[in-house]
Design a protein around this ligand. Structure first.
Ligand SMILES: [Zn+2]
Ligand SMILES: [Zn+2]
Length: 94
């Protein structure tokens, strides 16, 4: 088992995804899993965490699914109305 880069006597629980430092429970940043405190403070790393956040991506997919469903429903209703209107105008002509 690898030791923490800062505390050489403590077993590391993870490795920083950015700098590759081994991190123990104390060094591991709970708010940004997989990153050390130093890397968590870097704006570039924070941006990457946000972009790769599966929770955010999932919420975005659900939102898009809902929008597509809404468009499909509205499209179907408009199609039905147009169909009725076309049918009624044809009825008037003949
Ligand atoms: Zn780091
Ligand atoms: Zn440590």
């Amino acid at each position: 088992m690898a030791k923490c880069s800062a505390h050489t006597k403590i077993n590391a629980v993870t490795k920083c995804l950015d700098c590759g430092y081994y991190l123990c429970m104390d060094c591991h940043n709970d708010n940004n899993p997989g990153f050390c405190y130093t890397c968590s403070k870097k704006p570039a790393t924070m941006k990457r965490i946000k972009e790769s956040d599966p929770h955010t991506a999932n919420e975005r997919n659900i939102m898009w699914g809902f929008i597509l469903f809404f468009i499909a429903v509205v499209g179907f209703i408009v199609y039905q109305i147009v169909k009725v209107l076309v049918a009624s105008t044809q009825y008037l002509i003949y």
